[in-house]
Write a protein that binds this ligand. Structure first.
Ligand code: SAH
Length: 266
């Protein structure tokens, strides 16, 4: 037997103790019994290979995260017995992502990564050069739920229907700032622009990226005139829309968001 074989590995004891974590649309509290959807039951049974008696964690976006055990699990039916609060609900960043719809695989990626990066709203916007006309909001939402479950968030981002850019701007809440990812290069570098905003901490924000065809010059001109818009450059390379969104959200989180705060326990 080689030395490496002697090292205990979870592979020797069946599947790793995966912490199953599910979003449910029901009030949570000790002693409750929560019925799961058939999709969730199949996920617990066929993907995580859990059985009655195994632990799961539940959250609903408002009541924190609760520890429970699977009471019933068979043939696409599952229920969970809720025991105790594991994590208090906490405030999460108020950060919207506005993006022009892009093709399927990229929009799935965008919804997942934006959820991991802590956005509170996913808002598709139709711009002049947007080439994808329809947005499947259910699919957007399914991606957001799955990513929120895995990333340990206590909320699910709200997924909204696609709206024309003109309308989004007409309805804009004036206290919310909008960081515009401007590929024309006329905006200041993102790090400097965000650093200059630190004094006005705690404001609600949004980040916006354009479609693969970019923003029209007329759109960029009109946006630059709005008092709540802050155009920024993400460097000398043209990024795909999904990359630009992930990069911009990371910059915002590091400068103004919850990456800028102390981590729990420190
Ligand atoms: N086809 C366009 C590029 C669009 S890239 C062109 O050739 O100009 C898609 C979106 O990503 C852009 O609208 C912008 O919001 C963002 N983006 C990409 N690269 C960027 C950069 N270097 N700086 C700021 N935003 C960028």
């Amino acid at each position: 037997m080689t030395g490496a074989r002697d090292i205990p590995s979870h592979h020797d004891h069946g599947p790793a103790p995966t912490r199953a974590r599910l979003f449910v649309d029901a009030p949570l509290g000790g002693g409750e019994s929560i019925g799961l959807s058939s999709g969730q039951a199949q996920y617990l049974q066929n993907v995580l290979r859990l059985k009655a008696g195994d632990p799961v964690a539940l959250f609903n976006g408002t009541d924190g995260e609760w520890a429970g055990t699977i009471a019933e699990l068979r043939k696409g039916r599952a229920s969970v017995e809720v025991h105790r609060l594991r994590r208090q609900q906490v405030a999460e960043p108020d950060l919207w992502l506005l993006f022009a719809p892009i093709e399927h695989a990229r929009i799935d990626y965008l919804a997942q990564k934006a959820t991991e990066l802590g956005v509170s709203v996913l808002q598709p916007v139709i711009t002049a050069h947007t080439s994808v006309a329809r947005v499947d909001v259910d699919r957007l939402s399914a991606n957001a739920v799955e990513a929120a479950q895995q990333t340990g968030r206590l909320t699910i981002p709200e997924t909204r229907r696609a709206v024309p850019l003109r309308k989004v701007l007409a309805d804009w809440p004036q206290s919310r700032r909008l960081m515009l990812c401007d590929e024309s290069g006329s905006g200041p570098p993102v790090a400097a622009a965000l650093a200059a905003e630190r004094h006005a901490g705690g404001l609600p924000w949004a980040v916006m990226v354009g479609p693969e065809g970019g923003f029209a010059a007329s759109e960029l001109d009109a946006l630059a005139k709005l008092p709540f818009v802050m155009p920024v450059s993400l460097g000398p390379r043209l990024l795909r829309a999904d990359t630009a969104a992930v990069a911009a959200l990371a910059c915002w989180q590091a400068a103004l968001g919850d990456w800028a705060e102390a981590t729990p326990g420190s």
